[in-house]
Design a protein around this ligand. Structure first.
Ligand code: ADP
Ligand code: NA
Length: 347
């Protein structure tokens, strides 16, 4: 395995939204392109379909979402010659290492993690035993962080770009490595987090909440493949406030400030939010929103075009072959860890 290994994953839950892009995918592309210039570095990005099934999925829908996710990764600028792009379930070492890690991972630690609680809409202090008896809690959902740990550790990842909301999970991954190594010797590498420098993108409808695919109102988020008309309509419907003029003040004016941030990101950060606010100061809210929408549309247009090109290229075979090629390389990278793990454990 190379001395530097960058790994991250994204769930196949349809085409990602602007928050996923600005908070995660854009950084993936940057890291990929920097790594291409560095010796002894590998980059792996996985579409984590095994994570998606902790919640019941429609099989045809899931397959479609996987293709859409891969097409999006290619559309935003990930390059299969520079990064290993693959479906998690095509590299069985992820599941195999998960089981082995389960045998040294702490139930107590897992029960304090918040993912299973938020997916079941349970309070922070919910106990797994209570939820087991109500049988809402499935073993897969509860042990999801162990699979995440396996994803990272099986590839010997040294650098894991994640959003700040995911830092807890990477901490758990490190603990999994420590527990395993304490039992069997120094086999697994310790990953370090790269927290995305981007701020959180907020919901267009509830600007005190982050933009998320789980919010019901589809106008709360911009999908990377939205048409110009969709984007105009969603920005027009964005919740702002009744204060006169445009100014940048995230705590007093979260809605307006979120739009300014989106504009700044769309212009590749060349203008600060304060500068843009001054430029737009005297605009009506309506004219300001038109300008924000135009910036976003222009920024997303090449992504949308590339997405449609790759999704249907060669009758879908281009995507299929890209996934298989990525999986083949990822399997070889994972095999290095698995050989050492099996040897250490006695398998
Ligand atoms: P969602 O919140 O829509 O379910 P995920 O949890 O699947 O999104 O997140 C995928 C990646 O996108 C993570 O790295 C996460 O940190 C990032 N991300 C998600 N929503 C946002 C947001 N609103 N702003 C910035 N980054 C985000
Ligand atoms: Na989330």
């Amino acid at each position: 395995q190379p001395s530097k290994v960058i790994f991250s994953g994204i769930q196949p839950t349809g085409v990602p939204h602007l928050g996923n892009y600005l908070g995660a995918l854009r950084q993936w592309v940057k890291l990929q392109n920097e790594a291409a210039e560095e010796p002894d570095t590998a980059v792996l990005y996985s579409i984590v379909d095994l994570h998606a099934i902790t919640i019941r999925q429609d099989p045809a829908q899931l397959r479609q979402w996987k293709r859409e996710s891969l097409a999006t990764l290619l559309a935003v600028g990930l390059d299969p010659d520079k990064s290993m792009l693959f479906y998690q379930s095509n590299v069985s070492a992820h599941s195999e290492l998960m089981w082995i890690l389960c045998c040294t991972a702490s139930m107590g630690y897992l029960s304090r993690m918040t993912q299973w609680k938020s997916k079941l809409n349970l309070p922070e202090d919910a106990s797994p035993i209570a939820e087991l008896t109500k049988s809402k809690l499935k073993a897969g959902l509860f042990s999801y962080p162990v699979l995440q740990a396996a994803d990272v550790l099986v590839h010997g990842a040294t650098h894991v770009p994640v959003g700040e909301d995911q830092a807890q999970h990477l901490e758990f991954s490190r603990t999994c490595a420590v527990n395993f190594n304490a039992a069997y010797g120094k086999v697994l590498r310790q990953p370090t987090t790269i927290i995305s420098p981007a701020r959180r993108v907020m919901s267009l409808r509830q600007p005190h909440l982050k933009m998320s695919k789980s919010h019901e109102d589809p106008r709360s988020r911009i999908i990377l493949t939205d048409s110009a008309n969709d984007i105009h309509a969603k920005i027009r419907a964005a919740v702002t406030d009744s204060i006169e003029g445009v100014s940048y003040d995230p705590s007093a004016r979260p809605g307006v400030s979120n739009l300014i941030e989106l504009m700044s990101h769309s212009l590749d950060g060349k203008h600060s939010c304060e500068e843009l606010a001054t430029d737009c100061e005297s605009l009506s809210m309506r004219a300001f929103k038109e300008r924000v929408a135009d910036c976003i549309i222009e920024h997303l247009q090449p992504i949308r075009e590339k997405y449609h090109d790759v999704l249907n290229a060669d009758g879908g075979r281009y995507l299929q072959e890209t996934a298989l090629k990525g999986a083949e390389r990822a399997r070889q990278n994972a095999a290095v860890t698995m050989t050492r793990v099996r040897e250490a454990v006695g398998l």
